[in-house]
Design a protein around this ligand. Structure first.
Ligand code: ADP
Length: 812
């Protein structure tokens, strides 16, 4: 505050500014003219005003406060109003009457109307120190947003009662003066005389350099400037603490913000790996304040840049260079990220990397995949950096690196698994070829050279190598070893995958495989096979392993072992099946030949029996008595029945041996011929037969005729005493024809409906219904030959329907 207090430079009011400090001569109705900030020269001011008003003495507190705000807005200051004694509405109305475009000011952010809680007790209670931070931050933000300063006024009634102790309030008011000094603050504290005690008003008078009473703004003669060094020091310390806190807070905020951005980048699963890495590079450049970022892969002595950001000539996607000419080598050699903010200052500048790339500041971390170096993620600039890299920044880089590692390992895992499935599903490869492909895949995945499968027998302590990848000259297929002398002894008694990474530690120091065959690491699974000798499936290496096998490597190995087990079991099953089928086929062939031969050869002696019985009857008929005639009759009848059976059997074995030369067969014609063959039976039983249009099918004409003939014949035979009716219908289903032969006969008990298709299965005595019990099994055989099905639905006393399905070859 300047040392004079006066009115605004006359243009508006036409009055001259007062030249002397002192009370401004003030017309109460004209608060417009009150001047609260003495020019813009804040370098000299502590614009901290107390406005002590009394509702009864006619001072229009709101008009004055509004005028204070308006002046601030006109000066381009950011204005805060803390309402408490008056309602928000009243305050805004007063501002509007004072010519302030309130809506515009609120919207643009140049004016904020706050509650005391928002202003003074953001953390729940009034804390003078926190308020200092608030003032500093708000001024800094306001200036950053283009405001010329910060202006605030508060109705101090908020502090009455419990909300802030008088001491805290006065302490706070006193602290503000050094803070406000020489800074762009203009603050008006409004004290309602009726609400505060005399003691407080006294303190208010002592802590505010300027005072506004009913008749104007004046320098406060009671003001006691903080003049002791101790006070200054105390306040300075507080301010310093506040500044430090503000800085830490803002660093923390920015760290959190970057972490959030990093999290968002990784959580977005619509983005590819490459896109996320590109985003990391952008984010890292922003975070570290550098212009170059890259992700490089190393191959032997070379590195290749996979993704890059920035316009450095040599750091572009696809650039390659020798490792030794880059800082990548240093990054790979270091267990932690490396960073430097000024290469020349740190004396690295005569190295090859500096000569080639000229990077002055650099931060980089190693990317490992499955424990071995894969590449580097680095950020750099061609100019040095002012501040060293903070812990947060290193953590940020490490987090990005860890994500890349995790993703690459996941890809690696998925790729191996895909390959495994491809090998397993490859129908072109034989089992042995697949096993070799699997050996190759495992060696690559586990970084091992040898692989094999061996049969083991714990009782006799034997291991016999079955198959290997040919990697080791001593471990060859057929080689026999004592099981206890091998790493496989560890695998032999457990189900899970076993690893040996430190043979001496694991008690294998004197074993053949370690001592003589020089195998330094091992990963094996026990294959437990049903009905076969146990096996082990393993990988081994002559190179010692630096780290244990990861869980995912063990799982992958187990998965391979599982496949080998399944495959071996399947093979065994197939072998057994083939053997059984072969045996069955042979016995079936023998049976067919036997049935054919038997039925064929039986016909002749049968004919002889019948003929000679006939001859006996004819020649000696007169000499025989009645009993003898009857006996001959039984013998002839038996011979006839036997001939019928032999004929049916012969028909059956013919159908069984048929080669199956199929042609398109019209079922209408087939049924017509069958009915023709059955005309005597139809006539005798006066059977009524209806036939719907039937389809064309692919089949054996003769067999189909036999099929229909048997079914219709049975339908008539088992029709009972009443009128015999047989209906033949056909229905097309998808891919099938379903032909139904239904009768109104005696029907079949439901528990017999399956058994009647067995050979010789009959449900009646011969004198009741004659027959051989072969007809339906012949039908079954014929339908089988045609790839169809046959079954019956029946109700005793109502009738039976036999269904036959045949594949449909046409669409009609
Ligand atoms: P069978 O020479 O005895 O007729 P099948 O093999 O043709 O021999 O039939 C076996 C048995 O199925 C018959 O004995 C009979 O009991 C029963 N059966 C066959 N068709 C019918 C039908 N349409 N109605 C009732 N029972 C039947």
């Amino acid at each position: 505050m300047s040392d004079h207090v006066g009115r605004e430079n006359g243009a508006k009011t036409g009055r001259s500014p007062p030249t002397n400090p002192g009370t401004t001569d003030l017309d109460h109705d004209d608060y417009d003219d009150l001047e609260f900030a003495c020019g813009h020269d804040h370098a000299r001011s502590t614009d901290h005003y107390a406005f002590i008003y009394d509702n009864d003495d006619g001072v229009d507190q709101l008009a004055l406060a509004a005028s204070f705000v308006r002046q601030g807005l006109e000066r381009g200051e950011r204005c805060l109003y803390v309402a408490d004694d008056n309602s928000r509405g009243d305050v805004l109305t007063a501002m509007r009457s004072n010519g302030i475009d309130v809506d515009d000011a609120l919207e643009s952010g140049s004016l904020s109307l706050l509650t005391p809680a928002e202003m003074y007790s953001q953390d729940g209670e009034f804390d003078p120190e926190a308020m200092l931070e608030f003032w500093e931050e708000t001024l800094a933000e306001s200036k950053a947003d283009g405001f010329t300063g910060l202006r605030a006024t508060a109705e101090m009634t908020w502090a009455v009662g419990e909300r802030a102790s008088d001491e805290a309030l006065v302490e706070y008011e006193a602290l503000l003066n050094p803070l406000y000094r020489n800074e762009e603050y203009t603050v008006l504290c409004q004290y309602n005389r009726d609400e505060f005690s005399d003691a407080v008003v006294e303190d208010v008078l002592e802590t505010h350099p300027y005072i506004t009473l009913e008749d104007g703004v004046s320098e406060n003669v009671y003001y006691e400037p903080p003049d002791t060094d101790e006070d200054e020091t105390a306040v300075d310390q507080m301010l310093e603490t506040a500044a430090e806190r503000t800085e830490t807070k803002s660093e923390l905020r920015s760290h959190k913000r970057y972490l959030r951005e990093l999290y968002e980048a990784t959580a977005n699963d619509t983005k590819s790996f490459a896109e996320t890495v590109e985003q990391f590079l952008e984010l890292g450049c922003k975070r570290f304040g550098v212009e170059i970022g890259f992700f490089a892969r190393i191959h032997d002595d070379e590195f290749e840049i996979l993704h890059a950001r920035g316009s450095h000539e040599h750091i572009q996607q696809g650039s390659r260079d020798a490792l030794e000419r880059s800082y990548c080598q240093v990054v790979i050699d270091s267990p932690d990220p490396i960073c430097t903010i000024d290469v020349p200052a740190e004396g690295w500048n005569d190295d090859l990397a500096y000569e080639t790339y000229g990077l002055d500041c650099y931060i980089g971390t190693q990317i490992d995949v499955r424990g071995t170096p894969y590449g580097t993620l680095c950020f750099a600039s061609t100019s040095p950096r002012e501040h060293s890299f903070g812990e947060d920044e290193v953590t940020f880089l490490e987090l990005m690196g860890e994500w890349i590692t995790t993703e690459l390992e996941r890809e690696d895992r998925e790729r191996a698994q895909r390959t495994l499935y491809e090998i397993a599903a490859d129908t072109e490869q034989t089992f042995d070829e697949k096993v070799q492909s699997m050996f190759e895949l495992g060696c690559d995945r586990f970084d091992m050279e040898f692989a094999g499968i061996a049969t083991i027998d714990r009782n006799s302590d034997r291991l016999e190598v079955e198959v290997t990848n040919g990697g080791h000259e001593r471990i060859v297929s057929g080689a026999q070893l004592p099981l206890s002398e091998t790493y496989c002894r560890k695998t032999a008694s457990v189900e899970e995958t076993c690893a040996v990474v430190d043979p001496v530690e694991h008690g294998f120091a004197d074993t053949l495989t370690y001592d003589r065959f020089d195998m330094q690491a091992y990963l094996g699974t026990h294959l437990d096979l049903e009905g076969e000798p146990d096996r082990t499936f393993w990988f081994a290496s002559s190179e010692p392993r630096t780290s244990d096998f990861t869980e995912s490597e063990r799982t992958f190995h187990h998965l391979m072992g599982q496949w080998v087990t399944d495959e071996l079991e399947r093979q065994q099953y197939e072998r057994n099946l083939e053997r059984t089928v072969e045996q069955l086929k042979r016995s079936n062939d023998r049976l067919k030949q036997f049935a054919y031969a038997a039925s064929h050869d039986l016909r002749e002696p049968l004919r002889m029996i019948s003929s000679y019985l006939q001859l006996l009857e004819n020649r000696y008929g007169d000499e025989l008595d009645e009993d003898a005639h009857e006996f001959i009759g039984f013998a002839v009848d038996g011979a006839d029945r036997m001939r019928a059976m032999v004929d049916d059997l012969l028909a059956f074995s013919r159908v069984e041996q048929a080669e199956g030369s199929f042609e398109t067969v019209d079922c209408n014609a087939v049924v017509e011929r069958a009915l023709n063959d059955l005309r005597v039976q139809i006539h005798d039983r006066e059977a009524r037969i209806t036939v719907d249009p039937l389809p064309l099918v692919e089949g054996d004409r003769e067999q189909l005729e036999q099929l229909f003939q048997n079914l219709v014949s049975n339908a008539i035979k088992y029709s009972g005493d009443g009128e015999s009716r047989v209906d033949i219908t056909a229905t097309q289903r998808s891919g099938w024809w379903e032909i139904a032969i239904s009768d109104n006969g005696i029907g079949i008990e439901s528990e017999q409906t399956d058994r009647i298709f067995e050979v010789f299965r009959r449900l009646h005595q011969n004198d009741e219904y004659p027959g051989t019990g072969i007809g339906l099994s012949l039908c079954q055989k014929i339908v089988d030959n045609h790839g169809g099905d046959i079954w019956v639905e029946s109700a005793p006393g109502v009738g039976s329907t036999f269904f036959v399905t045949l594949p449909s070859n046409t669409t009609e």
